[in-house]
Design a protein around this ligand. Structure first.
Ligand code: N2P
Length: 428
């Protein structure tokens, strides 16, 4: 009897700390970043391929640093997550990732190596000279950071500089991504235009620049921008732009594609460009953290996401661009309404003149003025502190008055309510 009790206790303990996880796959992805109908399809496909049952537990995040801190500090047992490039770099540097074992997937359904773009593989290799990030991660989506703008309120010329976010003409109608690194980078590029033109610094140098001086310069600049900010947004900015609440949005190309298409349906004209001073190119990739509990299903999940038809559905749903070099993916995006652009860097020579949306796939000339962000290690804390200083005192005096008024009304209601109750009690 004692033995049975002991066994039961052991099972309960196993279940409470995760237990047998072979039938559960925990996926942690950006919000609005997948066609959710592919998840049950994956569960069925996994069953067909392996004969095993899997249930996906799908959770989302909005900010890279939040996701990372959960894994770094909380040791959360997500099986597969989707950080951005500089976070993958940090996870690699800190030994947080498990190498991917694609040899474990039968050749007939191995979509990963077949569909890898040479451009993306090269970017991965540049992440860390000592460890090939291609062995630890598979890119999911990619794009640029730029300016999404309302063409009836903002001219192309005005939008062609990052300084448009500080243009007093648009005060109160500017939306900024709540993504400290993705805002810091373009602002620093803007502030260092002279040095860039002279050649005393390169775009890549700036992506490693976490000096107190540069952080202070960006902070000072952003404190001016803040006065005209309508919102710091993780995902609601694109919708605000379609409703014309905002007219300028520092945003990612994928959100821009989504917003441009939705806005067109309601007669609002939006456009997106990468400012002349230069910008960042980014990608988010699937990785398996070392605290994962179901590496097999995670590996199959990553593979499934690389299947061209699945990649196309995820693109169509989100507006983002799959980091998938399959010709099938390119063909799905060809549209005669666009001018031909050079995408040979991404798809190879056969794509040197293709008619696709240049917001989705930046032309070679745009890509040449974009750069990849890099991990700052422990200096990241300085950036996060700066970001909360900027946003922390974001509440305007109007906000404080509204909060104070609300507190006053609630307090009055509580006092009146309790006085009434006392009177009623006395009457009784
Ligand atoms: C989509 C998030 C995209 C992340 N909601 C871009 N790095």
């Amino acid at each position: 009897m004692k033995r049975i009790l002991l066994l039961a206790a052991l099972c309960a303990a196993m279940i409470s700390c995760g237990g047998d996880r072979s039938e559960t796959l925990k996926v942690y992805n950006w919000s609005d970043y997948i066609d959710e109908s592919v998840i049950p399809e994956f569960e069925q496909w996994y069953k067909d391929q392996t004969g095993e049952t899997i249930k996906v537990v799908y959770q989302t995040f909005d900010v890279n640093e939040t996701m990372l801190s959960k894994i770094e500090k909380g040791h959360e047992d997500y099986d597969v997550v989707c950080p951005s490039d500089y976070i993958i770099e940090r996870m690699l540097n800190n030994g947080l990732l498990i190498p991917l074992d694609f040899a474990s997937i039968p050749d007939s359904i191995n979509y990963i190596s077949l569909n890898k773009s040479p451009y993306i593989s090269g970017m991965f290799r540049s992440i860390n000279p000592d460890i090939d990030a291609n062995d630890y991660s598979v890119a999911y989506m990619w794009g640029t950071t730029g300016i999404l703008y309302n063409t009836s309120k903002v001219t192309e010329e005005e939008a062609s500089t990052w300084d448009v976010i500080r243009n007093p003409k648009f005060a109160g109608q500017v939306l900024i991504k709540d993504a400290p690194r993705d805002v810091y980078a373009p602002v620093l590029i803007y502030l260092k235009q002279k040095e860039l033109a002279e050649g005393s610094v390169t775009l890549n140098d700036l992506m490693h620049d976490s000096s107190d001086e540069s952080i202070a310069a960006v902070e000072e600049y952003m404190k001016v921008v803040k006065d005209g900010v309508l919102g710091w947004e993780a995902d609601f900015g694109k919708e605000q732009m379609t409703k014309e609440r905002g007219v300028v949005s520092l945003n990612w190309s994928g959100d821009a594609v989504w917003a441009i298409e939705e806005a067109a349906e309601v007669g609002v004209s939006l456009a997106y460009l990468v400012p002349e001073e230069g910008s960042t190119v980014w990608f988010d990739g699937w990785v398996i953290p070392k605290y994962a509990r179901n590496v097999k299903a995670a590996t199959y999940f990553i593979d499934f996401m690389c299947r061209p038809d699945i990649a196309i559905r995820n693109m169509d749903e989100t507006g983002y661009v799959a980091a998938n070099g399959a010709m099938e993916v390119l063909e799905s995006q060809i549209d005669e309404e666009f001018e031909p652009i050079d995408l040979s860097y991404f798809f190879g020579e056969q794509a040197s003149s293709v008619r696709v949306d240049p917001v989705l796939y930046p032309d070679k000339a745009v890509i040449e003025r974009c750069v990849l962000e890099h991990d700052w290690g422990t200096d990241t804390d300085k950036l996060l502190a700066m970001w909360s200083r900027i946003k922390g005192d974001n509440a305007s005096s109007v906000t404080y008055i509204v909060i104070a008024a609300a507190v006053f009304v609630i307090a009055c209601a509580a006092i009146t309510g309790s006085a009434r109750k006392k009177r009623r009690n006395r009457r009784r």
